[in-house]
Each structure stands twice: as structure tokens, then as C-alpha cells.
Design a binder for this molecule. Structure first.
Ligand code: ATP
Length: 454
């Protein structure tokens, strides 16, 4: 068995070597916890984003999408409470000067993270004493316009949700829909995290996929339950995460935000421990009430059946996109130490991605570099690409090496072209997971692949 920290090292090294995720600003010595998604990583991330949008927006009649700006009127963040309370408690070690989140220190000592009681605890790095706890606002500040004075201060959004609450009135008035109605958005959020880390798990800028699902107040509890089921379906059916790798953590009342009547954190067993992946909360009428009060606008919904006006309650399922990428990589990385060849620096690794998420679906590999085989191979590559099936072409190195290269980036099918292809007009398709090979007519290849991507 490979131990967890080794697994993380191997994953990060594979990600860099094969173009999934590189250290950010690397030629300038890097930049604290920033990462570049490379060619395969950005495609994997896009495939996840597209699958999410399809499942939760395009194929449902009750959720619509929006895109709002990263920099909004600062009044939004005053009303939402972020300006006053979006803080993390931090402590410094007086001896080694390392900075920690006080709630993480309490939690690691088996104490209730919410009470922030650090009495008797010392720095985990050097045993030094901690400073008093300070509260640090996580929002990034900037200035809009040419003068850098207080009247021009603005913030980079700390979550995408604010955009949906602000757009609610326009969505309500332009669509004339009934409730329940969800508003979805995918986009960047920014938090000046005190302790970023664990690769792309916690960074200072990240993508979120969020839905504010507006409901009749009395429907909230049942709809919460149905969102929990939908989030489970996403994890199991789309991401193909094994059920026992996830924990549905019911947050007790004393640890919930005061306005939330129910919160469930969906946690994943990462190589570095059990930590949050997604969240689901019943936020009641908190957000719209605050925005109604602060803006002076009527944000109530007029129920066409009862003629009643009320502020809808909100069920908020939220997904971190970068954490999803990390989970898909960690979940499907298969490290085969046994088959490591002599002289290899690293064990053999296969990314067993669900085909729909794989950045490359097929690789076309001519067995010889003869012109006629290469020509046929290029013809196949072009025909697959024309159908939107991401396809690689590789004619260098031995066939065994080429299979391994494709396994490492998670390509589900390798297509080999050999001299017999000219005679029987067939190709050989090798399956990444079963390693079985089937011979199929060239004309049927695209359909064969498409059927497996449905
Ligand atoms: P955590 O407790 O890990 O800081 P949170 O409870 O503050 O997370 P939310 O505010 O609920 O997170 O944000 C919604 C989702 O956004 C999280 O479930 C997570 O997937 C993602 N997310 C939050 N902060 C980060 C970050 N710094 N880097 C990457 N993803 C993040």
C-alpha cells in the first residue's frame, strides 16, 4: 500500500509532468499557492464544469444560469455580512512566527472548533506560545478608478452567491416563473486565506459552482432533502466516487451560521485527511431580507396562486470546482507499484477517469511510421475531432510506452492502426481499464466511441 503523503507527491508530480497542473508563476520562483492548469488539466476542469452545467441547469426546467461580475457594488458585501463577519481567527507562534487558523488548532486538539479555546495548546511546529487570536477579513480589497481613496474601495467577490441574490429581482421580473426557481453561476471567487495549501484544495482564487434555489418557505426542508439526493447523484453517477470515500456531515445547530436551519457538509477522504468538498445549507430568508433592507427594493415574490407576497427561502448547494478536480484526480489515480519497470523513477500510474470527464477520449497510434499507416491514422484523428471527440495522435516510441503515456493522462481508448488495416479496413481498440482489445471496422469507430460517452 502506498502511503497517503507519497500518493499526494506522486499525484502532484504526475500533474506537472503530464500537463494537468503546474506551479504558478514558476519562472519567477513561484507565487504562494497559485497554480496553472495545463492543457489536460484545463480540459478536465472544463469537462467537469460542462457536466455540472448540463446536469443542474440545461436538463432541468427549474434552474437558470447567470454570470455576474467579480467586482460588484461594495454595498452588496456590507448587506451580506461579509464586510463585518467574513473573518478567520488567526494566531501566530511567538517563537517561529508561523501563522495558523485558531479553529484548525482547536480542532486538531480534539476541541470544538467553534469555541476557539486554545488554552494550554502550543505551536505544532516548534512548541512555542501563541499570540492572542485576531480576526482577519478574507476579502481582497481593490480600488476602482484612478484614485486610491476610501470612496473607491471595492472587493473581489468571496463567493459567487452574492451575484445571484442581487440578480434575483431581475430574474424574477424577466422570467415570470413559479417557485421553486434556482439561479446558478460558475465563476471565480477570491479569499485571502491565512493558510492555503494542499495543492489545489485551498487557494486564494478558485472557481465555484453555486445555486441559490428559491422556494416557498414551507417547502424548504423537503427540497433540502432532494438537493442532498441530487448532490449524491453527482458524486456517484458523474464523478464516480466510491460511496465510502464520502461523509455527509450534518452540522449541529451550535456550529451552524445563525440563520441556517440545516447544513450538511459533504466531506471527502483526501490523501491528507477528511475535509470539506461541498456544502448544502438552508439559508432561510436571510440573504434576500438583508438585501431588501439595505437596497430598499421589494424583493418579495408574488405567489400567482394565493396572491400572497413573501420573501422566498433559499436552499444553497455549493460546489468547489478546483476541489472537484482534485477529488477526480485522487479518486481515479491508480498506482501500480508491482508493475514498475526497472529504471523507472516512478511507479506505473493510470488515471481511470470516467470517460465523459477524461480530457482525451481516444489516442490514435499507428504501429509503424509508414506513410500509408500514418495517413490512415491522421484520417481517423480528423474524423473523431470533427465530431468533437478529443483525440491525441502519437507515433513516437514503442507501442507499450505509448499505451503508458495515454494511461497516465487517463485516455479511455487507444486505437492502433496496423498493416492489416489496409486489407480489412478495421482498427484495434484497446480499453484502458480491462486492457482488452477489440477489432472494429474503421467506419464504425466514431459511433462506437460516441455510444460509450453517452
Ligand atoms: P472551508 O471550511 O474549507 O474553508 P468553507 O466552508 O469556507 O470551506 P464555503 O464558503 O461553503 O466553504 O464555500 C463553498 C465551496 O467553495 C467549498 O465547499 C469548497 O468546495 C470551495 N472553497 C471554499 N474555499 C476554497 C478555497 N480557498 N480554495 C478552493 N476551494 C474553496
Amino acid at each position: 500500500m502506498i502511503d497517503a503523503s507519497k500518493k499526494m507527491d506522486l499525484l502532484m508530480s504526475l500533474c506537472k509532468r503530464r500537463g494537468f497542473v503546474y506551479p504558478g508563476s514558476e519562472i519567477y520562483g513561484g507565487f504562494a499557492n497559485s497554480w496553472d492548469y495545463g492543457p489536460y488539466g484545463s480540459q478536465l476542469k472544463k469537462n467537469i464544469r460542462d457536466a455540472w452545467w448540463k446536469m443542474f441547469v440545461e436538463t432541468r426546467g427549474d434552474v437558470v444560469g447567470i454570470e455576474s461580475p467579480i467586482i460588484m457594488n461594495p454595498k452588496v458585501w456590507k448587506a451580506s455580512g461579509h464586510l463585518d463577519t467574513f473573518t478567520d481567527p488567526l494566531v501566530d507562534c511567538k517563537r517561529c512566527r508561523k501563522r495558523f487558523r485558531a479553529d484548525h488548532i482547536a480542532e486538531a486538539a480534539g476541541r470544538d472548533a467553534a469555541t476557539l479555546d486554545l488554552t494550554g495548546l502550543v505551536c505544532p511546529e516548534c512548541g512555542g506560545q501563541f499570540t492572542d487570536i485576531r480576526h482577519f477579513n478574507l476579502m481582497f480589497k481593490t480600488f476602482v478608478g484612478v484614485t486610491e481613496d476610501a470612496s473607491n474601495i471595492a472587493y473581489l467577490r468571496p463567493e459567487t452567491a452574492g451575484g445571484m441574490f442581487v440578480a434575483w429581482k431581475n430574474v424574477r421580473d424577466s422570467l415570470h416563473r413559479r417557485l421553486p426557481l434556482g439561479v446558478a453561476q460558475i465563476g471565480k471567487a477570491f479569499r485571502n486565506e491565512i493558510t492555503p495549501g494542499n495543492f489545489i484544495f485551498r487557494t486564494r482564487e478558485f472557481d465555484q459552482m453555486e445555486i441559490e434555489y428559491f422556494v416557498k418557505p414551507e417547502d424548504g426542508p423537503a427540497i433540502f432533502e432532494s438537493w442532498l439526493t441530487d448532490m449524491k447523484r453527482w458524486c456517484h453517477d458523474v464523478l464516480k466516487i466510491k460511496p465510502d470515500h464520502l461523509v455527509y456531515h450534518e452540522i449541529p445547530a451550535e456550529e451552524r451560521a445563525f440563520y441556517s436551519t440545516r447544513t450538511v457538509d459533504i466531506e471527502y477522504h483526501y490523501p491528507f485527511g477528511l475535509k470539506e468538498l461541498y456544502g448544502l445549507a438552508n439559508r432561510t430568508d436571510y440573504d434576500l431580507s438583508r438585501h431588501q433592507e439595505a437596497s430598499g427594493e421589494d424583493l418579495r415574490f408574488l405567489d400567482p396562486e394565493t396572491n400572497e407576497r413573501y420573501i422566498p427561502h433559499v436552499i444553497e448547494p455549493t460546489w468547489g470546482l478546483d476541489r472537484t478536480v482534485l477529488v477526480v484526480l485522487a479518486e481515479h489515480l491508480d498506482i501500480d507499484e508491482a508493475s514498475t519497470a526497472e529504471g523507472d523513477k516512478e511507479p506505473r500510474m493510470v488515471l481511470r477517469f470516467p470517460p465523459k470527464l477524461a480530457p482525451v477520449k481516444g489516442a490514435v497510434l499507428p504501429l509503424q511510421k509508414k506513410n500509408d499507416l500514418v495517413g490512415k491514422a491522421n484520417e481517423i484523428v480528423a474524423s473523431l475531432r470533427a465530431l468533437g471527440i478529443a483525440t491525441d495522435y502519437d507515433a513516437s516510441a514503442s507501442i507499450g510506452k505509448r499505451y503508458r503515456r495515454q494511461d497516465e493522462i487517463g485516455t479511455p481508448w487507444c486505437v492502433t492502426i496496423d498493416p492489416q488495416t489496409h486489407e480489412d479496413v478495421c482498427v484495434t481498440v484497446r480499453d484502458r481499464d480491462t486492457m482488452e482489445q477489440v477489432r472494429i471496422p474503421m467506419a464504425e469507430l466514431a459511433g462506437w466511441v460516441e455510444a460509450r460517452l453517452k
